[in-house]
Design a binder for this molecule. Structure first.
Ligand code: CA
Length: 235
């Protein structure tokens, strides 16, 4: 019998956390809760979870720091994270995603929306056990890290250096919304000055990459545009 999926909720609003926990348990999930960041961190170190839901505003260790700590620990770095935020500004959302979160929900939100987001994260397949360490794969796309070669099905896709690096960043951050600033930092480097024209450079390289990996580049399905924020690699 398959074990129940385990979810950790870290949130200091007791009413909200008990509502969310009840709803998730009714859906058959095994739910643990923590009312502050330190407790949440200790729990991620002593048990394994299939999903972590983190509030940004927490007493003591805040949700963003906790998210980064979960991401930087090898034992927990692959666990999907959904962030809850009461701060609705775009910048805060992006910061939340760049800390390594897979998704975020702005408060107030409905339980139906919350469950839908949880299900999306739970559907992400676990990494294939037989997959070689030097390879990233998604659907019929395979990226060989040591040879810096990319294959779509059986045929090799010739990418420029920047296109290759963009694709690698996308494949390592599947389903996460990545801002242009994040892509520039990770592909062009920390010291690259970010101005409006540089952001357009990202758009141009994304267009070239789409030409090579999308079935229909004018209706991209692998790399989708997230208006006002950036891009998301769908798979
Ligand atoms: Ca809170």
């Amino acid at each position: 019998m398959a074990r129940n999926k385990k979810i950790l909720l870290v949130e200091d609003e007791e009413r909200l956390i008990s509502n969310l926990a009840d709803k998730l348990r009714a859906e058959g999930y095994d739910v643990s809760t923590a009312l502050d960041g330190e407790t949440g961190l200790n729990m991620t170190r002593s048990a394994s979870y299939d999903l972590i839901v983190l509030d940004i505003m927490l007493p003591g260790l805040d949700g963003l720091s906790l998210c980064r700590m979960i991401r930087s620990d090898n034992k927990t770095s692959n666990i999907p994270i959904i962030m809850l935020t009461a701060r609705g500004t775009e910048v805060d959302k992006i910061v939340g995603l760049e800390s390594g979160a897979n998704d975020y929900i702005v408060k107030p939100f409905g339980l139906g929306e919350f469950l839908a987001r949880v299900r999306v994260q739970m559907r992400q397949p676990a990494p294939e056990p037989g997959l070689k360490q030097d390879e990233l794969s998604s659907g019929n796309l395979r990226l060989n890290l040591t040879g810096r070669r990319v294959f779509k099905g059986d045929s090799e896709v010739k990418l420029t250096n920047k296109e290759y690096m963009l694709l690698a960043v996308f494949m390592r951050n599947k389903r996460a919304v990545l801002s242009r600033d994040f892509l520039i930092t990770n592909v062009w480097g920390e010291d690259y000055l970010i101005g409006e024209s540089d952001k357009r450079t990202v758009d141009v390289h994304i267009r070239w990459l789409r030409e090579k990996i999308e079935e229909n580049p004018s209706k991209p399905e692998r790399i989708s545009t997230v208006r006002g924020v950036g891009y998301r690699f769908e798979g």
